[in-house]
Design a protein around this ligand. Structure first.
Ligand code: MLT
Ligand code: MN
Ligand code: ZN
Length: 304
């Protein structure tokens, strides 16, 4: 199967429009070896014609234009994007749905009941889209069981709930519910090869560890290097784990978790603009490389 990283950045992208942190300042000035990144999304396919979009980023228009495999092929209106899986209801993962409103068929959206509720209330884009192409919501399992998507042959998906937090506009922001955020194993049926995708992963619970152990490739939360990175940058006193993101460094951080796994290819995604790993010459980036961990970038193509 093929995975295309459409956007490897976290919310805000890199650089972020109003951010003057060390990374944003240095990349703008051309003082840093690194790449800019749009907001978080991937596309997955087994035949390179029919793609499942994971998350719809505010940057989707430019991401899809840069991705010729999903361009229209037949008729006056067409797209290689056959269905959309949403892992949460955050702005960086859902706002792009509004940019898909010209679709000639209802958008086929696979997400949890919690995400459906958020996107029908606090951020009612599902309701808004009813005035355009409309949507068809398909609930996803939260217990790790399988689902398939009509028209997407040879791929099977297994979704499970993750510990996290609903977005600020969610009616249950301060009252976490199962399904506010999910992780997904994507399996190519004919080969048995598996990818695990979890761009927002606050805690490695046993079922998460199990999913990671069975995968051939991991695309997991690369948001922050440090627990107090936002505070250190002088931006906000929110801790990484409080935001539902496991930092890479430190005890019980992502590097330690990934070190326990020997088989899969390990790739970080959803990188926040404050993260020092964006600087390809940083010691932190060197440390990742020493642990065999890659950092994804816009346009990266992965064959599993
Ligand atoms: C997050 O995952 O915490 C988001 O990137 C926050 C946001 O989009 O504002
Ligand atoms: Mn995000
Ligand atoms: Zn910044």
């Amino acid at each position: 199967m093929k995975i295309r990283v459409l956007g490897a950045g976290a919310g805000g992208g890199f650089p972020q429009w109003n951010c003057n942190c060390l990374n944003c300042r240095r990349i703008r000035r051309g003082e840093m070896r690194g790449r800019t990144r749009t907001q978080s999304s991937i596309a997955v396919s087994s035949d390179e014609r029919h793609w499942v979009l994971f998350n719809a980023s505010p940057d989707i228009r430019i991401q899809l234009e840069a991705f010729s495999a999903a361009h229209p092929r037949t008729g006056i209106r067409d797209s290689g994007i056959a269905a959309i899986i949403l892992i949460d209801s955050q702005i960086d993962h859902t706002t792009g749905l509004l940019m898909l409103r010209e679709s000639t068929v209802p958008l086929q959206i696979y997400c949890s009941e919690m995400v459906r509720a958020d996107l029908s209330s606090g951020f009612p884009i599902f309701c808004m889209l009813e005035h355009y192409c409309g949507i068809e919501h398909h609930p996803v399992p939260l217990d790790g069981s399988a689902f398939e998507i009509p028209g997407i042959g040879d791929l099977r998906f297994y979704s499970h709930a993750l510990k996290s937090k609903a977005p600020p506009y969610s009616p249950h922001r301060h009252d976490p519910h199962e399904g506010d955020n999910i992780g997904v194993v994507i399996e190519q049926i004919s080969t048995g090869r598996k990818v695990y995708y979890a761009p927002g992963l606050g805690e490695i619970e046993p079922h998460v560890e199990h999913a990671m152990m069975t995968a051939d490739c991991l695309l997991v939360d690369g948001t922050f290097w440090q627990e107090d990175e936002m505070g250190r940058a002088g931006i906000a006193h929110k801790l990484a784990r409080e935001m539902g993101h496991l930092p890479q460094s430190g005890p019980d951080g992502m590097i330690q978790a990934l070190d326990r796994l020997h088989d899969p290819r390990k790739i970080l995604i959803h990188i926040n603009n404050t993260n020092p790993i964006l600087d390809e010459d940083s010691p932190e980036r060197g440390e990742l490389a020493a642990h065999g961990i890659e950092v994804s970038y816009d346009g990266m193509e992965i064959t599993v």
